[in-house]
Design a protein around this ligand. Sequence first.
Ligand code: NAD
Ligand code: IPM
Ligand code: MN
Length: 364
Amino acid sequence: MELKILILPGDGIGTEVTIEAVKVLREVSARFGHQLKLSEGLLGGTAIHQTGTPFPDETRRLALEADATLMGAVGLPEFDNAPPELRPERGLLGIRKALEVFANLRPVRSYRTLLDASPLKNHLADGADMVIVRELTGGLYYGTPRGIFGTGAEERAVNTMVYTRPEIERVSHVAFQLAAKRRKKVTSVDKSNVLENSQLWRKVVCEVAMGYPEVALDHMLVDNCAMQLVLNPKRFDVLLTENLFGDILSDEGAVLTGSIGMLPSASIGNKRPSGAFTGLYEPVHGSAPDIAGQGKANPFGAVGSVAAMLEYSFGLTEEAGAIYRAMESVLDSGHVTADLKGSSNTGQVGDAVCDSLATVVAAK
Ligand code: NAD
Ligand code: IPM
Ligand code: MN
């Protein structure tokens, strides 16, 4: 099969983990006889430096042309005080919107060998296995009006939280379809005790649920959810929520695995006629300026995002499975980075996954 993939390394450790993810992508493609057609583009701070904008037209063109896009992370501290349209993060919002990837799947699970890397008591984290389905192209991130207006005592800032019925419906269908293949439970998270936006969210989710009688639905307010995620994480199967709540809750979920460096993500849009999805694949973590350039970044989230890409965009479940098995065997062997209490560097972890892939594929 020909795999036409755009690579966007981005900024900071984004570039470091992407190198390892591409290493693994090349290895798995070679072992399974797929032909890789890779292109590379600019996004985020690096793109601002080279082109003056965080999401250059050329990157948009390449992304629309590719079957799937693999991204590292964006963000550089030097842009912390830049105007909104000249911030690296705007590039990320731009590409998500351009690809219309409205559902962001963030699997969160604990690994036996990493239990001691989590600050949670072992019995709480052990066995936790959920997918956060985060709405990705609506809500506060995109609503208008937005901006900072006026000066002095008149200065005010506005963001607008908007959701339309179709936006809630389509992401809800993704969550229910996913739950139907898992433990058949959706927890919808909102703030419907206060926000009209959440009231519509809850109403529409209930309506969509009627089409999935085999899936149980419950609702939770987001403040309680933040607590239940660390108090009783095993109660969650599929957690469905809007854009900002999903952003925050997924970083919290990372403590179950021991490090945010472990979390992959798949952002998917509408199905193409082939049955595959337009997809953007990125680890959940950011550009981590505090450890950038030191070889300390954990590449598992990026490598897991490659596996998710093979599964969702190309339907290559065997190849994805081989990557997951290789990752688990590397975790078991203890070749991990400092965030997981290991002493390997980023490149060594990537190499270990590639070596392990050879064994996994040979054993097949
Ligand atoms: P961050 O995720 O970059 O870092 C948070 C903490 O986790 C840091 O201590 C960091 O060292 C650690 N960490 C993150 N990834 C790690 C990895 N792979 N291995 C080991 N440790 C890891 O979040 P932040 O510091 O709040 O944000 C830094 C920049 O990244 C900001 O500009 C932000 O906007 C951006 N950001 C981008 C994305 C993205 O591109 N998808 C996601 C989140 C944050
Ligand atoms: C994420 C990030 C992004 C988000 C930022 C960098 C725009 O935090 O992917 O989790 O908030 O969506
Ligand atoms: Mn985030």
